[in-house]
Design a protein around this ligand. Structure first.
Ligand code: TYD
Ligand code: MG
Length: 470
């Protein structure tokens, strides 16, 4: 491939991802899209490979290769934000020249989190430029006052175009730039309506080029709506280095930040925050929050250990089974999957002889945690059974297992880690599938083959007298 001098000759640019090539190709080598390569004049400083090597592109005539260890790029170059839960998700901090997309529904707390991150970075002597296109400077200033994020190292500017951002970055040379949001900034070289797919892509491509060219770590806010009416971060995912999503149940203060893509670290990392009157506060020990605060001996309460990304979290499932006056009994699932609940109730009815088929059943997770894994099946089943029979489960016990249609209790991934987390938080006993042959983490572990067996073992006498599993 012959290299053309950027900025002097026409290039072919992929409309989907911004990749440029010296000659026309049917398929983009970067994102694999077909028919998206369009001839355009090259922009000065544009990177030919937005996703590849970091650092400046080798100019013509200076093309060199170096021993790999001599190439710049060291773990120590990462800028820790100082917000532990954010750094955990980023894989240790922000890499210079990297682009991180922070997605989430409106109101999730993206602006709050990034303003707090800007302030935390400034406190460590870095300059953070917060470029707002969505809110006025006064609005951001007001929020910063409430959050007490007024460190002079945080520079605030209102921008409307990508050229504004480029000019500001060139003038102030910040270490980190935050763009709030990618949907409200315009790129004047691109067509399309503001916030539309082609605009959002063009804006992101220009900001990626800026980040790589100047070595400035860039954070982009991107709104995602449930109905997808705004061109969301989905179209940008292959353009950026890190994608994380801030989410949580609207009625709860809990916010989880998950990395779904990370070129510099593991995905599956999860950061836990609580939205307070003074912004987002990291929750260092989320298990302690979700792990149940119910009165000992309460029927209808079961504990399990769920996985959020890589992180085992002690979680509580509550159930209420009540007489129904409806021909179609009511089934309400909050924080657990409704279809899964229907299946588990059928299994309880048919395989374990528990007549819940005609009962109204409500099942909820505690604290706004979404328990989407089958590993929590056994806990959900036993919470319902406990409520139905008015017999409590052991106060300091956890239940792990997927439940099959035949009523069998199936193994779940990372059982040993889950048991260790339960033990760490003071649990004493556990029910696990028979297939589990790993360590017991100091718990009194009992293996069960079926849901019926689990009911026989775990349900305590109705009086609420305490007792260990088994
Ligand atoms: P915001 O960061 O504006 O969300 P996003 O940028 O993702 O749209 O804040 C979201 C919500 O958080 C907002 O409805 C108000 C609430 N909030 C607090 O509860 N405490 C606070 O200190 C702040 C700044 C916001
Ligand atoms: Mg916002």
């Amino acid at each position: 491939m012959t290299r053309t001098k950027a900025g002097t000759r026409a290039v072919v640019r992929c409309e989907a991802c911004g990749r440029t090539e010296p000659k026309w190709l049917g398929q983009c080598p970067e994102c694999g899209a077909w028919g998206t390569m369009v001839e355009q004049p090259a922009r000065a400083g544009e990177r030919r490979d937005p996703a590849g090597a970091r650092g400046a592109a080798a100019p013509v005539g200076e093309l060199v290769a170096q021993p790999i260890h001599a190439v710049a790029g060291d773990e120590r170059d990462r800028a820790r934000t100082g917000i532990a839960e954010l750094d955990r998700v980023l894989g240790g901090g922000l890499v210079p020249g990297s682009v991180t997309l922070v997605g989430g529904e409106p109101g999730a707390g993206k602006s709050t989190l990034l303003l707090q991150a800007a302030d935390a970075l400034a406190r460590q002597g870095r300059t953070a430029l917060y470029a707002t296109a969505e809110e006025s400077r006064a609005q951001v200033r007001l929020r910063a006052g409430r959050l007490d994020t007024l460190h002079p190292g945080v520079l605030l500017a209102a921008v409307t175009t990508t050229d504004d951002v480029v000019a500001l970055v060139d003038h102030h040379q910040p270490d980190v730039v935050i763009i709030d949001s990618v949907q409200t900034v315009r790129d004047e070289d691109a067509g399309g309506v503001a916030g539309g797919t082609s605009q959002v892509r063009a804006v992101a491509a220009a900001l990626v080029a800026l980040a790589k060219g100047r070595g400035v770590a860039t954070l982009l806010v991107g709104h995602v709506t449930k109905d997808g009416s705004v061109a969301g971060p989905r179209v940008l995912e292959h353009l950026v280095d890190v994608v994380c999503e801030l989410g949580g149940e609207a009625q709860h203060a809990l916010r989880l930040l998950r990395a779904t893509k990370n070129r510099f670290g593991a995905t599956g990392e999860v950061g836990c925050f609580e939205m307070t009157g003074a912004g987002l506060r990291g929750v260092a020990d989320p298990s302690a929050v979700f792990g149940g605060r119910s009165e000992p001996g309460t029927a209808g309460v079961a504990r399990t250990v769920a996985l959020e990304g890589h992180r085992p979290l002690l979680a509580e499932v509550q159930a209420l089974a009540a007489a129904s006056s409806l021909t179609q009994p009511r089934r309400v699932a909050t924080g657990v999957d409704g279809t899964r609940l229907a299946l588990l109730l059928a299994v309880l009815d048919k395989r374990a002889g528990l007549p819940v088929g005609a009962r109204d059943v409500y099942v909820a997770s505690v604290g706004g945690l979404t328990l989407a894994e089958p590993a929590v099946d056994l806990a959900a089943c036993l919470a319902v059974a406990s409520s139905e029979t008015e017999r409590p489960l052991p106060d300091r016990g956890v239940l792990l297992g997927e439940v099959g249609l035949a009523g069998e209790v199936r193994p779940v991934p990372r059982t040993a880690d889950r048991l260790a987390e339960a033990a760490r938080l003071g649990c004493e006993s556990a029910l696990v599938p028979t297939a589990y042959d790993g360590p017991d983490a100091g718990l009194s572990v009992q293996r069960v083959r079926t849901v019926s067996e689990a009911l026989a073992v775990a349900l305590q006498p109705p009086a609420g007298a305490a007792g260990a599993v088994g």
